[in-house]
Design a protein around this ligand. Sequence first.
Ligand SMILES: [Zn+2]
Ligand SMILES: [Zn+2]
Length: 326
Amino acid sequence: MNTANQSWQSFVPPSVSLYHVDHRKDLDEHEDLQEQCIRKNSLDVIHEAVFDWYMEQERENLTDTIDEIERKMSEDGRYEEFKEHAEEISDLIYERNDTDPTEDLIRHSTVTNLFYSLGVEIDGYSACSNTRGESEAMACYKVRRALKLKKGQYDDEILELVQNASYGGELRIYFNAMFDKLLTHNQDADFRTIRFHGDVVVAIADSRNGSGYDITLPIDITFPFKRDNLFVDSQVHYSYADEICGMSNDWCDSTLWETSMKRSKSHIPTSTMTEHQLQETAYEKTFREGKCTFGDMNYKRHRNTFYINDFPCGSKCPHCGTFWID
Ligand SMILES: [Zn+2]
Ligand SMILES: [Zn+2]
């Protein structure tokens, strides 16, 4: 074929696939990255990870495509022209790339268990005195007020929730979502409200000690959207669904939700979990650096702990002095 009148551009295929994401590959095992995306309202951390995961594949596919163009142009006696435009050819290949590994990985992923904290702490029974920090009636009132329920509405269910969450904890709404649906990718224009309806899963969970309870209420309620109160459940220690209850992924499917950009006048308190999470991250970091922190009660983040048989009995870390009383 005489290609003398063709431009070098016509040797670059109209569409190129620089990536192929295996159908079994998804982000389900990367809820830590999902959590970071939610925190930062951006997919950047996943783009960075994807860049590492697919860099080699991209390089191979790019080289193969370039080699093929070089071969065809050389056959037509246009090797010099190929050499001359080498850089532009590779730019054009990128431009004509039709695959986005991040998109594919998200498409292959399943929903994630998330919770929206209402920023309300319910006191539990203290182990020694066997009394609650607040009366049961007060705890029920706090739940009702946070859920904007009238007196008498779902009283039995709320009493069930409060009584069974005997260690107290944070009031949360659990729901399932594709994590990327909770991003606006714009720090200056975040969602303004989040609405929950359907059969809404309401829980009181204590992530510090690992306990909690949940109920389902057929309510329809809209809260101001506060990103700091939104969490990937598995990334909070203890996670309620996974570590505390061992539930299957679909357990909170019955909660329906929608975000909106409509302005909201109401406020909700900030969850204390953000602070807890930062603390956990700091403890983990110290541990990975070979050290430990006094006051970190997670036994696994200390080394060479030993048992003291004298009063008061318990275990002690020789490095930082943290003591676990029996
Ligand atoms: Zn696919
Ligand atoms: Zn220690």
